[in-house]
Structure formats: structure tokens, C-alpha cells
Write a protein that binds this ligand. Structure first.
Ligand code: EPU
Length: 480
């Protein structure tokens, strides 16, 4: 049986109009050359100021796991406020291949940006889970979406056997699975690896266990919780991750009939139950997308109100912006960041939640690059996160990295240049940095950005940026 991947319509405009006035050298190339393939690019004009209101929809890193959690209950689960991004489309395909019927519907309630003439940034996903879902996730999908590994726990719990391709590392680091594996083994699973697959078997079912994580891994916590909800007896996970996305998943699981306590703390206690029922659940807002706009406002001396997110999820990040000189107001599910002056340099250390999020590191480097003074930026989560710094340096940023530290000496303006997105957050960070540059910045390979930000270019436009989305020729492959 063959499967086709249905990527949601991301409303990418046709090739840009050469008459649009972009300087020579940054426009699209000749599409007639067969050796040259095109890549998606976003071009922004520098000297921009972000101003206005932007609505943030559900968090990618929650919705992906909520979709996996649906596997735990046969029947129809509906998840609303799901971002309209590529990663969600791939997760939909992962579930289809496991025998689920997956449908993306118009969201309810509809994303308020639609009222401002935009396309909906969110969808509802309707997942019909069979009595006996499949047990295998292939490499061709897992390599495109390493979060597919989160089907390991739920499928092992439901079926007693699962075979998931090992996702390997990626552009931000080596990304181990040892804590997922050790925790499941504690719960009675027999785990092996062969031909690039992780194979887990628990023919008699899983049992409760006491698990202490070496590090509060988000993915390991999620996989272990999703396995433990159907295990016999009580599981305690110590040093668990505390992210709002973990709380969101535990909330949905408890609505489904699970018995989880301690969500949001470092100690989770899960009393196993014999079965779960499908529910309807709304995804928590995306704190990383919200944080991207917050940093953008401070960097461009702008004034941005972000709705759809509990500002408490960004407490440390917003506090950094206050230290940098921005004015931050919070109310209910919204916050406003305003900056009138050049930001003052601040040091940033990434840590598991509630610390400063590693996914905002590219934005912190961007802020430092235009701040008054020198900043010390320390990355503690991923060993490859600074790889994108070379692209930031192409924009004129003064960055010196040493291991997991970077010293960034701020300058008044950056200098627009063609740069390449290497991952989701680096791509967004480079586009935002381009707003503080002289001239035009063209960020290529923005399919990475599409993985995490629903229609980033449209949101930039709504906030007053001169932006276009198009294609540019990729350098031909010269390997022999
Ligand atoms: N780690 C291990 N062994 C394990 C698990 C993790 O060594 O068994 C290491 C990883 O290699 C990494 C660190 O621990 O160095 C943190 O990994 P974690 O498991 O916490 O992260 P994740 O679940 O793989 C999620 C998000 C990331 C986000 C991190 C940290 C999803 C799909 N991804 O990854 O988001 O950066 O938590 O908050 O939820 C993104 O959205 O762009 C993104 C990369």
C-alpha cells in the first residue's frame, strides 16, 4: 500500500514579482536551469519596527504529543487549536499509517487573525483510533519528525509491542533516547535495537515503577507518562519535566480517565487504569512563538501585543526583556512588549522549564547582537544549538562561541545578507534579526520555519514588516 503525505495548504505565494522592488542579487533565479532546484525563502526589509497585535495558536510541542496520546483510547478524539504547520501534517500521517483516520477541520473557535484577513493558523484534528492500532513507525516519517518517537509509550501500553525508527540526531544536537528506554525497561519492557529501529515488547503488559530521570527530559517524561497511564500499579517519575506542554498532556490524559497527579512539578505520580476514553481537548498556546514576537518587539523598538498565551509561561524570558529595558504588561491570556530605546545587554542561560527556553536561544542571540554592551549566552540543553551562529555572523553579528557559551558584542545595526535557516527556531531568529539590519535579508530553507510557525510571513506583514515569500535557486549539488 502506498501513502501520500498531505501537507496542509501553507498558502505560499507564487514566485515573487521582480517588479516588487527588491535589490538585485537577492531576487529569485532562473527556474529554467534543470540543475538548479528552488528553495523557499522569506525576504524582509531591514530597519523595521514590529507594531500591532498578533494571536498565537496552540503549541506545536503540545499538539504533537496530544495527537500521540489519542492512541491510548479507541474511538474519536478531537483536539482543537492545533497549529497549521508541517510537523502536525506529518504526525497526522504517522497516525494514519498506524490505522487511525485523521481529518483536519476548520477550528472552533476560529483563530482571530482570520478576522484581520489572514488564513486560519489553527485547525481541529479529528482522530478515529481503531481497537488495535498498528505497531510500527517507519524511518521515512520519523526522520522528518523526530517527535514521532512519542508514539513509543502509548503503543507499547496499548499493544504490548512497538517498533519505531530511531530518529538520530539533528541540526541542534545529538538527542539521545536513553532515558526513554531505561524508564520503559523499569516498567517491564524488553527493549532492543536493530536495523535502526527501537523495538519494545511487554507481552504481559507494563507495571508501575519508580523512575528517576537523569535530566528532566521533555520527550522521556511524555513517553513514560503515556506508558504509565495503562500500566498495572503506581509509577512515580522523579525529576520529571515541568513544561506547560507536559501539564497540557496530563490534563488531557486525566480527562480521558487517567490518574496523574503532580503535573507541573518535578514529581509525577501515575496510578494505572485499565482503559481510557476519547475526549475533546484544546491545545495550550505556543509560548515559543509568543516569545519570538516578544523578542522581536524589544529588538526592533516596537510595540507588540501577543494574545492566546498565559504570560506566566514566559516569566523568565519576559523578565530578561525588562532587564534589557523593555516595558512588559501582562493581563489574562495576553501580554504587551514595548521598547523605545536600544536594548541593554543581558546574560541568558537556557535551562529546563521554568528556566529560559532553549528554543528561544536564537532570539536571545539576536537581541544580544543589537544590544548596547556584551552578553554571555549559555546553552545547557542541546550540544549543537550554536551551529546557526555562523549564519547570524553573516548578518554582521559579533559572536564568539566556546563550548556551550557564546559572547555576543552588540552593535547598533546588523547588515542584511542572504542566510540559511538550519532549524525551526534558528530560521525564525534570523528573520527577526533581519528586521534590525540595513537593507534586505533573505532567509532560505524556510521550510524549517513552516515546521513550527503557521504563516510567519503573514504575521510579520500584519505587524508592519515589508516581507515577501518566494523561492530562490539552490546551489547545484557538485558532489562527484
Ligand atoms: N536527552 C538524552 N537522553 C534522553 C532524552 C533526552 O540525552 O533519553 C537529551 C537530549 O539529547 C537533549 C536534552 O536531553 O540534549 C533535552 O532533550 P528533551 O528530551 O528535553 O527534548 P525533546 O523532547 O527531544 C522537546 C522539544 C524541543 C525542545 C526541547 C527542550 C518537542 C517535539 N521538541 O524536545 O523543541 O527544544 O523539548 O525544551 O517537544 C523545537 O520545537 O524547535 C524543539 C527543538
Amino acid at each position: 500500500m502506498t501513502h501520500s503525505l498531505r501537507i496542509p495548504d501553507l498558502t505560499i505565494p507564487a514566485r515573487p514579482d521582480p517588479a516588487a522592488g527588491w535589490p538585485a542579487g537577492v531576487g529569485p533565479g532562473d527556474a529554467g536551469d534543470p540543475a538548479v532546484t528552488d528553495v523557499d525563502v522569506i525576504r524582509v526589509a531591514g530597519d523595521a519596527r514590529l507594531a500591532g497585535t498578533v494571536h498565537v495558536v496552540g503549541a506545536k510541542n503540545s499538539a504533537l504529543k496530544l495527537m500521540a496520546a489519542a492512541l491510548l483510547a479507541p474511538g474519536r478524539t478531537v483536539i482543537t487549536n492545533v497549529p497549521r504547520i508541517t510537523d502536525i501534517a506529518i504526525m497526522g500521517e504517522v497516525l494514519r499509517r498506524l490505522g487511525c483516520e485523521v481529518r483536519f477541520d476548520a477550528d472552533d473557535p476560529v483563530d482571530p487573525m482570520v478576522a484581520h484577513g489572514g488564513t486560519a493558523r489553527s485547525r481541529s484534528v479529528v482522530i478515529d483510533v481503531p481497537e488495535r492500532p498498528g505497531t510500527e513507525a517507519d524511518y521515512d516519517l520519523v526522520r522528518r519528525l523526530r517527535a514521532s518517537i512519542c508514539v513509543l509509550g502509548p503503543l507499547l501500553a496499548r499493544r504490548g509491542y512497538v517498533r519505531v525508527a530511531h530518529p538520530g540526531g539533528d541540526a541542534i544536537g545529538s538527542r539521545g533516547l536513553d532515558m526513554h528506554i531505561a524508564g520503559l525497561a523499569r516498567m517491564g519492557a524488553d527493549i532492543s535495537g536493530e536495523h535502526g529501529f527501537v523495538i519494545a515488547a511487554a507481552p504481559e503488559g507494563l507495571h508501575g515503577a519508580e523512575i528517576v530521570l537523569d535530566f528532566p527530559s521533555v520527550g522521556a517524561t511524555e513517553n513514560l507518562v503515556m506508558a504509565a497511564v495503562l500500566a498495572r500499579g503506581v509509577t512515580v517519575i522523579d525529576n520529571a519535566a515541568r513544561e506547560p506542554e507536559i501539564v497540557d498532556i496530563c490534563t488531557m490524559l486525566n480527562q480521558m480517565g487517567a490518574r496523574i497527579s503532580g503535573a507541573g512539578s518535578s514529581m509525577l505520580r501515575i496510578v494505572g487504569v485499565s482503559g481510557l476514553r476519547p475526549v475533546r481537548h484544546a491545545t495550550v498556546g505556543d509560548r515559543i512563538v509568543a516569545g519570538t514576537w516578544a523578542f522581536g518587539a524589544a529588538m526592533t523598538r516596537g510595540d507588540v501585543t501577543v494574545t492566546g498565551i498565559d504570560p506566566a509561561f514566559l516569566e523568565v524570558a519576559l523578565d530578561k526583556l525588562v532587564s534589557a529595558g523593555a516595558l512588559v504588561e501582562t493581563r489574562g491570556d495576553a501580554f504587551r512588549v514595548r521598547a523605545d530605546d536600544r536594548p541593554a545587554a543581558v546574560d541568558v542561560v537556557t535551562l529546563p522549564y521554568p528556566g529560559f527556553a532553549t528554543d528561544l536561544l536564537p532570539m536571545a542571540i539576536g537581541l544580544a547582537a543589537v544590544s548596547d554592551g556584551a552578553s554571555l549566552i549559555t546553552e545547557n540543553i542541546f550540544d549543537g544549538r550554536f551551529m546557526f551562529a555562523n549564519e547570524m555572523m553573516r548578518l554582521g553579528a559579533d559572536i564568539k562561541t566556546d563550548g556551550h557559551h557564546a559572547v555576543v558584542r552588540g552593535r547598533e545595526r546588523l547588515s542584511g545578507a542572504p542566510v540559511r535557516a538550519t532549524d525551526i527556531r534558528a530560521g525564525a531568529g534570523l528573520i527577526i534579526a533581519g528586521l534590525c539590519a540595513d537593507g534586505v535579508t533573505e532567509v532560505s530553507h524556510v521550510h524549517h520555519v513552516d515546521r513550527g510557525y503557521p504563516d510567519f510571513a503573514a504575521d510579520l506583514r500584519a505587524l508592519g514588516v515589508e516581507v515577501e515569500r518566494g523561492t530562490a535557486p539552490q546551489a547545484p549539488d557538485l558532489t562527484i
